[in-house]
Design a protein around this ligand. Structure first.
Ligand code: UD1
Ligand code: CA
Length: 457
């Protein structure tokens, strides 16, 4: 099969974003526009991905440095889409086909693009068009009486009759690389904008007897570019509707699909229920019958079956065992690993901490760099003092231990199996298995205590 090269045009300034950030680094669904387009190219199994960059190129390259094997080409001056492609062509070999995408059109689906690539492999020039109620600003598709595409005319060069055409050019096209190379070499800039228009290749294809195969996108949002913050916000909503639609199709209950945002990937088991104003980021996995309360944020988390997360909890980089209960107002930070049946209550924070089956940490607690065994009860207000100002140290609490309220576990420290720590203790040395540790200061009683009084002025 002829190999596919994808050229992504991204040299535009994006002035209307009113931003210090290059336009293609603005995000939809938590991912930069250009990263989405690169992912689409990978999905099409492109052998080569070329980004034509201009404004803010260094920043763009830095942000997308993790993308494997992207070729970067600078277009120092933005002389038009044809000129942009010309910068990329020297990097492409002649045996394959080339698909042109825009770095600021993030939501085109593979299903929409694959037929264009297929037709280009058949030797045609494939073109993606869309019908718009308001076509202003776009290049218009000019067809003959038989409905065949003859050329594209840019709005500024169009006659009033041509401006009345509602089928517009999305800018996405595919053709054999050799043919594209020949046509692009011929482009001139004798037009209203003095630019090299890539769109002129369509008339050249017709002239050369190459079949032009138009495809029409059914959803305008799929081919919508981002020029300003309004369009960015519109695409975000479109994208979110698509994401929550998929969750509903997989059998999740969303109490209000308009108030759940997916900025990553979520997979759901059976009969999951998600309340309003929940945000998912990164990769999140929800088991069967998981309930997520209102105003929760879940990022990079694996949540077991039958877990209930009460409102206002933030779960990040955590694994939660089956049947556990979290929140309200729980905060699990990266490296939190909860076994089955764990209870984490309100205002409890965990970090790099594992908690064994059935253990309870119900109120006002911080556990950092800790290993908590099974069946442990951690009383309200317990804190692991894991940081000495320079280094982090570990706290180990063995199975069945009971930590009284308001205790400070000064790491490194180990609380033995079945051991008890009395309320209000500051524990700086290990407690043996089955032992009691009590560091509470001895009580002093004074009867008829006279409180200080203010001096009379
Ligand atoms: C272009 C098409 C127009 C189409 C419209 C769809 C041409 C001549 N016109 O319009 O038919 O309806 O897109 O949005 O192709 N870019 C560069 N270098 C340049 C110019 C542009 O990389 O010198 C990139 C931009 O970053 C952007 C894309 O190409 O991603 C389109 O540029 P833009 O200026 O938005 O489109 P137009 O040329 O107005
Ligand atoms: Ca434009």
């Amino acid at each position: 099969m002829q190999q596919l090269s994808v050229v992504i045009l991204a040299a535009g300034k994006g002035k209307r974003m009113v931003s210090d950030l290059p336009k293609v680094l603005h995000s939809v669904g938590g991912k930069p526009l250009l990263a989405r387009v690169l992912a689409t190219a990978s999905g099409l199994e492109a052998a080569v991905r070329v980004v034509v960059y201009g404004h803010g190129g260094d920043q763009v390259k830095t942000v997308l440095a993790g993308e494997p094997e992207v070729l970067w080409v600078e277009q120092a001056e933005q002389l038009g889409t044809g000129h942009a492609i010309a910068q990329a062509l020297p990097l492409l070999d002649d045996t394959g086909v080339t698909l042109v995408l825009y770095g600021d059109v993030p939501l085109t689906r593979l299903e929409t693009l694959q037929p264009l690539v297929d037709q280009a492999r058949q030797g045609k020039l494939a073109l993606l068009t869309v019908a718009l109620a308001d076509p202003s600003g776009y290049g218009r598709i000019v067809r003959n009486e038989q409905g065949q595409v003859r050329r594209i005319v840019e709005e500024k060069d169009a006659t009033p009759a041509e401006r009345g055409l509602c089928e517009v050019n999305t800018g996405i096209l595919a053709a054999a690389t050799t043919k594209l190379r020949g046509w692009v070499a011929e482009l001139g800039n004798d037009n209203a904008q003095g630019e090299y228009y890539l769109t002129d290749v369509v008339a050249m294809a017709v002239r050369d007897g190459v079949l032009v195969e138009p495809f029409t996108a059914t959803e305008a949002a799929e081919v919508q570019g981002v020029n300003d913050r309004r369009q960015l916000a519109e695409l975000e909503r479109f994208y979110q509707a698509r994401q929550v639609g998929a969750l509903l199709d997989h059998g999740a209950t969303l109490l209000d699909p308009a108030r759940v945002d997916v900025r990553g990937q979520v997979t759901t088991g059976k009969d999951v229920v998600i309340d309003v104003n929940v945000i998912f980021e990164g990769v999140v996995q929800l088991g069967d019958r998981v309930k997520v309360g209102a105003f929760c944020v879940l990022k990079d988390a694996v949540i077991g079956d039958d877990v209930e997360i009460f409102s206002h909890s933030r779960i990040e980089g955590a694994t939660v065992g089956a049947g556990s209960q979290l929140g309200p107002f729980a905060r699990l930070r990266p490296g939190s690993q909860l076994a089955a049946g764990v209870h984490i209550g309100n205002f409890v924070e965990t970090k790099k901490t594992s908690i064994g089956p059935g253990s309870k940490v119900n109120h006002l607690t911080y556990l950092g760099d800790a290993e908590i065994g099974a069946g442990v009860n951690v009383g309200a207000g317990t804190i692991t003092c894991n940081y000495d100002g320079a280094n982090k140290h570990k706290t180990i609490v063995d199975d069945g231990a009971f930590i009284g309220s308001n205790s400070a576990l000064v790491a490194p420290v180990r609380i033995g199996k079945g051991a008890t720590v009395g309320a209000g203790s500051a524990v700086g040395r290990d407690v043996p298995d089955g032992g009691l540790c009590l560091t509470r200061a001895p009580r002093k009683d004074v009867s008829n205590w006279q409180r200080p009084v203010k001096p009379k002025s």
